[in-house]
Design a protein around this ligand. Sequence first.
Ligand SMILES: [Zn+2]
Length: 112
Amino acid sequence: MAAIPRQVSVMGLPFQVRLVDSDKILLETHNPEALAAISTHRGIIWIDRDSTEEVQQASLLHEVIHAINNSLNLNMTEEAICALGVLLRDFLVGNRLWLPNNPQERAGGEQE
Ligand SMILES: [Zn+2]
């Protein structure tokens, strides 16, 4: 199964990827249903550590698509971003383009 990377590059900008408690996601989003959050100016993506790995992968892609959407003013709806996150994950995993990392390269916990 594919691992969540500790860091990703989005349009040339580095983002730390942190697996955190849902309380941290709520703090960042003020949305009790959110499974992840992103801060483009801080370069951090937070993902709920209690989600399944499949949901964590789709959540990571979801937040990356948000960053691209905001940066390029694509005016994508939340529904479109949700669908693309799930479908891109299916594409990457189904075609073995998202392969397991070294376990030590996996995202760590919150370091704050
Ligand atoms: Zn979203």
